[in-house]
Structures are given as C-alpha cells and as structure tokens.
Design a protein around this ligand. Sequence first.
Ligand SMILES: *Cc1c(COP(=O)(O)O)cnc(C)c1O
Length: 376
Amino acid sequence: MSRIETLAVHAGGEPDEATGAVVPPIHLATTFRHGPAGERQAGYEYQRESNPTQDRLESALAALEDGAAALCFGSGMAAMAALLESLPAGSHVLIPTDCYTGLRALAGEFLRERGITASAVDMADLDAVQAALRPETSLVWAETPSNPQLRICDIAALAALAHGHGALLACDNTFATPVLQRPLALGADVVMHSTTKYFGGHSDVMGGALVFARRDELFGRVFHRRHVTGGILAPFSAWLILRGCRSLPARMAWHCANARALAEMLAAHPAVEAVHYPGLASHPGHAIAARQMRDGGGMLSFRLRGGREAALAVAGALELAINATSLGGPETLVEHRASIEGANAVSPDNLLRVSAGLEHRDDLLEDFTQALARLG
Ligand SMILES: *Cc1c(COP(=O)(O)O)cnc(C)c1O
C-alpha cells in the first residue's frame, strides 16, 4: 500500500474498534479517565498532550511524508515556531531570501529575542549557502517551491551541505505537498506543513504539522514543547484535515493542470513580463523541479510589464478569481503580495500570486484573458 493515492485514502483511517464506523470518530474529550495513581487506560491523559483524533492525523501525515513521526499544531506558524524555538540559544539558522513572510517575522523578531540568529540566502545558489554556513549554524530552512516567487532549491544537495556541516535541514513542503515532493526521502530531517492549505483543501480549517525523519531527541523536545506551551490542534480541525487527506492526490492533479494551463497562457501574453511556474521549461529551477517533484504544483505568480498599476488593475478586473490571501482551496485566489506585506514589502511591485483552484480550466483562462485585455 505504498502508492500515495492509496495511502491518502486509508492512512489513519482504520475503522473504529467500538462501532465499526468507517469514518473515524471525533474525540472532543479534554480529559481521559486514569487510575488512582495516574495509570493511563489507552495512553491518553489530557488533550493538550495528545488525543485520539490528532493521533490519527499524525499517523496519516507520517505515512504520507514517509517519516517516523508527526506532530500537529494549531497553525503552520505554530509548527514552524515550535521547531525553530526548540533550537539551542546561540544557534544560527539559514533561511531563504524568498520565503513565507511569517518565517521572516519569526526569525527577525522572536528568534532573535531567544538568542537565535538567522540570515537569508538564495537557497538555489549552493556556493552562497556554503559560504553562509557558520560554525554555530544548526539548521538550514528550505522552502521549495517558495512563496511567492516559486523559486526551486535542490533538497538533496542542501541536505548534503547541511549534514556535512552538522546542521539539520528542514523543508516547508506546503506548496508541493507529499503528493508532489517528499523531502525526507531526499535527505531532509524535518518537513513542515501549513495544513491550512492543500491538506485542509477547502479554505475552512487552520492547522500545521511537523513530520520527522526520526523519532529522536529533537522530536521529543518539540513534543514536550508543544505539551507545555499548548499549540495543539483542536480535534475537530484534526478531523477535517484528515478528511482532506482522502482527496489530496486527486485534488492536486486538478490544481496542477489548472496552474499549468494558466502559466502557459500567461507566458504567451504580451502584457506579461515573466511567469514563475516550476512546471514551465523556461523556469530556472525546472530541471531540479522535474527531478524532485512529480508535477509543477497549483501555485504560480506572474509579473506585469505595466508595473504595480497594471498588477492592481488585473487583480481588480478578475471576475471569477477572488482577491484573497492563502491558497490550496477549491476557489482560485489571486493576491498582490507587495500590498499584503505592507511597509517592508519584499515582493516585486508588479507581481500577482495565483492559487489555481478546482474550477474548469477554460473558465479560468477566460477570466484571466478578459482581465488582461482590459489593460488596453
Ligand atoms: C500559509 C503558509 C505558512 C503558515 O501557515 P499558517 O497555517 O497560515 O500559520 C507557512 N508556509 C507557507 C509556505 C505557507 O503558505
């Protein structure tokens, strides 16, 4: 049962022992009966430590990423923070120049307060990564494809570099999902997910996860940290995300096909300066993406020749695609990242990010074509 489509349907879904229910029950209990001296009955004590619904999701995520163990959190950022804040004080972390904004904020504000420093490097440039490693570098953070410029980095090469230095490699696999890319198999030590996105898949549940290559001391430290600091996932959210797993491979195929159709149309459009989509042969990371990813993914971004004004005009003229942040849901979303990032925006002014949804591709193509045509 190793093919991901089959795993996704069954992982963590063993029928309920008590009732035979094919769909797992949601256990909302915060507390579990124990003996007079705290003897546990089925391994559970208090929901903040662990609970049966979250356990099912964690076993599914570990299976899908081919990891030894997983830990779920209330959001992707809670998962990211739990891992990075578990590093020893005095550590240094390498983060990508193009990455999720939350990572930049976490590194610049909160890690620094804990005595953990971070510096940004282009993860596609292995010489630059090598040069940026310091004696105290304990972790390299990869995000591929990256947000919002869809940069690609070579996970296996980064793992070799990090390990040669005695550092860990963590990889944010939110954009690709394990359906398209399995970082642990390529040498990463920890995979991070915002399960809010493709896993949940319906823009209606927030969650995050870490999947570990080994159930080791690091896993134990992060598990203990979550128990004490309380960033657990609510059981109902765990149940929704587990339900999302069932259709994840099927949805990803559709997301990928729609994103590719949009990328190809945009790449041929005279108003478009550049398209960032790793599935296009013209993408600088295409060869690596073709090696480590099964398909190009459901995310793309593109830049307009007419600058910020044209980008905002196109975003405003879309009738089907919705202007909103986030990604991975059934509805196509578009976002002018520079506006969302605010005062310290790092994204190019003329860039729009697109989360290709599950609509019919011709309707999407028509919508983007009519919005671009209005530029005149
Ligand atoms: C959304 C996102 C996150 C943060 O996850 P939340 O669930 O919003 O906390 C981290 N990384 C990437 C790539 C994301 O898209």
